[in-house]
Design a protein around this ligand. Structure first.
Ligand code: PLP
Length: 433
């Protein structure tokens, strides 16, 4: 029967997966039973057995416009048929990349001037870190290379981006990483505790210890993502920005998750009222239909680096197909009012989950826009969070355990019925955890 053929195919695929692939973030030699996905539409994905799942995480945060958008497939196909790719090194260029850069600068904070197109978030952070260091070097301060990063921050898996990632389990085992990175405390305010004075005080002290003349830049996510969906106190970013400016330290804002509507704005910088010197984006730029990112550079960093040879670039930077998809994706976000929708639905989901804070094993339910986290507490909290992830999936809802926090970031197109189901299933599993 049709169903039998389907089951057989699913088993063959699962078997072949386990024999052949190394998955990112997996254990070598101990492959997990894979969930082999087959198709998606809106906020739902189906596996090869035909089972459906509500996508409570938007994959890895990458899909604000939802799955299965023909318009994005058409944009990619159209561009592939015309010019699939040509390098952007040096003086080569292509129309979709030019148009995308123009569009991004229209949407970005007013101090942004130029765009460097990448293949993803890690590469974007490598680019931003190198550009910040090069800018000071070129301006006559080669000793100004220290990057301030934060515990709990996640910036990717490359040499510099991992070095700036403040999550020990991800750094272990790879030998020495990029030198010159200094860590500050995790900007964590549980249940609204006022922590800004402490964090800004620590920043000032560390700058004095290290010497401002040695510090190139500060890197941070507007809202900690992998580190547990932690929104900062409202006054945190403006105050950090003031301190950095006073000392001539550049601000790199890692907006790989927060840009393109996730927290209700094109850029999280607007949400927190700041103007960073470099903004790193990826994921939502193309909704993940094709790997792409963009680094936006502001006037201060460009002034410092004016005339410097930036001998940096990856083959697929400025990809015309990625750029065409990004333009179409931005069009959908705008046309369908998805930024506003992130605010409305995010508030609704937060209100639905907030009662979980009554449980002793729930430390906090928090969120901004459609970035939410349910943090568990207690000695077995990480195991319990992993159990919630597994239990919800068995009930047809995908959520993700990141340490002790269950993280949620549904596609912005999710309908209210599915949002209710997501909240109900999660509530059941967290309650039983
Ligand atoms: N920065 C942040 C804030 C992220 O959340 C991620 C990925 O989750 C990255 C950077 C790395 O991006 P990529 O996996 O595209 O290299």
């Amino acid at each position: 029967t049709q169903e039998h053929v389907g089951t057989e195919r699913a088993e063959l695929l699962a078997d072949a997966d386990k024999r052949t692939l190394i998955h990112p973030h997996s254990v070598i030699g101990a492959p997990a039973e894979p969930l082999v996905l087959d198709r998606g539409e809106g906020a739902v994905v189906w596996d090869v057995n035909g089972r459906s799942y509500i996508d409570g995480t938007c994959g890895l945060w990458q899909c604000p416009v939802g799955h299965g958008r023909d318009e994005l497939a058409a944009a990619a196909a159209e561009q592939m048929g015309r010019l699939e790719f040509y390098s952007s090194f040096g003086d080569y260029s292509n129309e979709p990349s030019i148009r995308l850069a123009e569009r991004l600068l229209e949407l970005a904070p007013p101090n942004m001037r130029r765009v460097f197109l990448t293949n993803g978030g890690s590469e974007g952070n490598e680019t931003a870190i190198k550009l910040a260091r090069l800018a000071h070097h070129h301006a006559g301060n080669p000793e100004r290379f220290v990057i301030l990063a934060r515990e709990g921050g996640y910036h990717g898996m490359g040499g510099g981006s991992l070095a700036a990632t403040g999550i020990d389990r991800l750094r272990a085992g790879f030998g020495p990483l990029m030198p010159g990175i200094e860590f500050l405390a995790k900007p964590h305010s549980v249940r609204g505790a006022d922590v800004t004075d402490r964090l800004v005080g620590e920043l000032e002290e560390r700058i004095a210890e290290i010497g401002p003349e040695r510090i190139a830049a500060f890197i941070g996510e507007p809202v900690l993502g992998v580190g547990g969906m932690v929104p900062p106190p409202e006054d945190y970013w403006p105050r950090v920005q003031d301190v950095l400016r006073r000392h001539g330290i550049l601000l790199i804002l890692d907006e790989v998750v927060t840009a393109f509507g996730r927290i209700g704005h094109w850029f999280g910088s607007a949400r927190y009222g700041i103007e960073p010197d470099l903004i790193v984006t990826a994921k939502g730029l193309t909704s993940g239909y094709i790997p792409m990112g963009a680094v936006l550079a502001g006037e201060r960093v460009l002034d410092l680096a004016d005339g410097a040879a930036f001998l940096h670039g990856f083959t697929y930077n400025g990809h015309p197909v990625g750029s065409a998809v990004a333009l179409a994706n931005i069009g959908i976000l705008e046309r369908e009012g998805l930024l506003e929708r992130a605010e409305t639905l995010g508030a609704q989901l937060l209100a639905a989950l907030k009662p979980l804070e009554r449980l002793d094993h729930v430390l906090e339910v928090r969120g901004v826009g459609m970035m939410l986290g349910v943090e568990l507490t207690g000695p077995d909290a990480a195991t319990a969070a992993a159990g919630v992830q597994a239990g919800a999936r068995a009930d047809g809802v995908i959520v993700r355990a990141s340490g002790t926090t269950i993280v949620l970031s549904p596609p912005l197109v999710i309908d209210e019925g599915r949002l209710d189901t997501l909240a109900r299933v999660l509530t059941e599993h967290v309650t039983a955890a």
